[in-house]
Design a protein around this ligand. Structure first.
Ligand code: NMX
Ligand code: MLT
Length: 435
């Protein structure tokens, strides 16, 4: 057995015993109370899930196994002379719960490189779609077409002991993560680069190779991809994509089925699609003004128009965060170092000065600060990746790291099928009137 898989099994046995003990001793302890409003309002603030890989603090932002984004940028392994962390290292941290050594990240690069072959029929399936199909739709269909490769689905159908589920899930998760960059790059090059594809470079790391297959070989773009793939990987368990993968996986749907479902959630404009919406929204502002760097008054007018039209300001707000997203800040730092004079980036920074007080003024927006999506597109545009409909696919490739590490944990801890109780408004009215 691969040594990382062995380590995971040992950690899972340890935590499994802890959980058993916790449930035995404190299983009936109350964790939360649920109000009538929360059942109608997206269960906001209800603690009802366990996800081992990361935890979100409303003010400090995401911590992966206790490490903040600035700490990860400092502590995770990098390529020689590299400035940004290797996502391989983050995956190891989320799966095993400890910081990796350089050789662990290197080992994952090699394993994923070896497993990265995408079957021909997946490309054939993509080729059958109208070229203008949204890249996220193509991505979901490509993942579904790859489900033929699921070792879990095959093993389950052959008949396996429950205790073995985690092992097959792990194999599927590793294969899927290995193959996603190739699938995503294929979709990109088919739609935007005349169907001319670039072979993988086995000497590169997972994110570096992804950048290469997309057609961007600049060192600083590779660094951006490593950072991008790291910061978008996980955001605890309740966000739409992570929760969906967990929910669908709880029916013992294999990782291909579960991950494709999560990606369909990520494709929504209030979730991952917001990264394309931000750039589209800024481009429209520029078109209205005839180009250039808009001043604050012009931005304010545009923001108010957006709100008056009953639309949200994309890239702002969050269901849990109550401060500027540290993923926004990490990207801002990257931009200050690599592209401080870029015009679009400067617009993003100016929007950041204008939007929060306006949203605050509305009195209903709980978080007026920018989230991860407010900054990501401007960085990509700088390097020439201007096709903004593709941006959510990049988010999705990264998100695989967190949600598939979590799915391995779900099966290793033998979590049951998820099935919360729902009621009708009739029931609710009877309840509040004491009937
Ligand atoms: N622009 C305008 N109105 C907003 C915004 C915003 N950016 N954010 C929240 N509101 C409104 C929201 O629509 C709601 O209005 P109403 O009562 O009329 O329905 C009200 O403020 C209260 O919403 P909140 O409780 O603050 O936010 P909620 O937790 O429901 O939703 C988001 C969180 C992220 C869905 C919401 O802030 C939003 O729509 N933001 C813009 C889209 C976006 O950037 N999404 C990306 C999130 C990050 N990601 O990658 O997933
Ligand atoms: C995410 O990264 O999933 C988003 O910030 C949304 C969320 O956490 O709800």
């Amino acid at each position: 057995m691969d040594y990382i898989k062995e380590r995971f099994k040992a950690k899972a046995d340890e935590l499994g015993a802890d959980v058993k003990d916790l449930l035995k001793q404190h299983g009936s302890k109350k964790l939360d109370e649920v109000t009538v409003a929360q059942t109608y309002q997206g269960m906001r603030g209800v603690t009802g899930l366990v996800s081992e890989t990361s935890l979100l603090d409303p003010n400090d932002g995401i911590r992966f196994r206790g490490y903040s984004i600035p700490e990860l940028r400092e502590k995770l392994p990098r390529v020689p002379d590299g400035s940004e962390p290797l996502p391989e290292g983050l995956f190891y941290l989320m799966l095993i719960g400890e910081l990796p050594e350089e050789k662990d990240a290197q080992h994952l690069s090699n394993v994923w490189g070896r497993r990265s072959q995408v079957p021909r029929h997946v490309f054939n399936t993509i080729d059958k779609l109208p070229p203008d199909t949204h890249p996220m739709t193509q991505f979901g269909i490509g993942i579904m077409a790859m489900q033929t490769e699921s070792v879990f689905a095959k093993a389950y159908s052959d008949g396996i002991n429950k205790k073995e589920y985690w092992s097959y899930m792990y194999e599927d998760a590793m294969n899927l993560i290995a193959r996603l960059p190739r699938l995503a790059a294929y979709i990109y090059r088919r739609k935007y680069k005349g169907n001319v594809h670039i072979e993988p470079d086995a000497s590169l790391d997972w994110a570096g190779n992804f950048a290469h297959m997309l057609g961007y070989d600049d060192d600083s773009f590779r660094a951006l991809m490593r950072l991008y793939m790291t910061i978008h990987a996980d955001h605890e368990g309740g966000n739409v994509s992570a929760h969906t993968v967990h929910l669908v996986g709880s029916a013992l749907s294999d990782p291909y089925l579960a991950f494709a479902s999560g990606m369909n959630g990520l494709a929504g404009p209030l979730h991952g699609l917001a990264n394309q919406e931000v750039i589209r929204w800024i481009q429209q502002l520029r078109e209205e003004l005839g180009g250039g760097l808009p001043n604050k008054a012009e931005i304010e007018k545009y923001v108010r128009k957006t709100l008056d039209e009953g639309k949200v300001v994309p890239g702002y707000g969050h269901a849990v965060l109550r401060k500027t997203d540290p993923r926004f800040t990490a990207q801002m730092e990257f931009a200050k170092k690599h592209l401080p004079d870029d015009e679009l980036v400067n617009i993003v920074w100016r929007v950041y000065e204008v939007v929060p007080p306006i949203l605050q003024e509305l009195g209903k927006v709980k978080n007026p600060w920018p989230n991860v999506d407010a900054h990501s597109g401007a960085l990509l545009v700088h390097y020439g990746l201007v096709e903004y409909e593709f941006y959510t696919v990049l988010f999705g490739v990264s998100r695989a790291l967190g949600v598939l590490a979590s799915l391995c944990w779900d099966r290793a801890l033998a979590l049951p099928i998820e099935r919360p109780k729902s009621v009708t408004t009739r029931w609710m009215k009877d309840f509040v009137s004491g009937k």
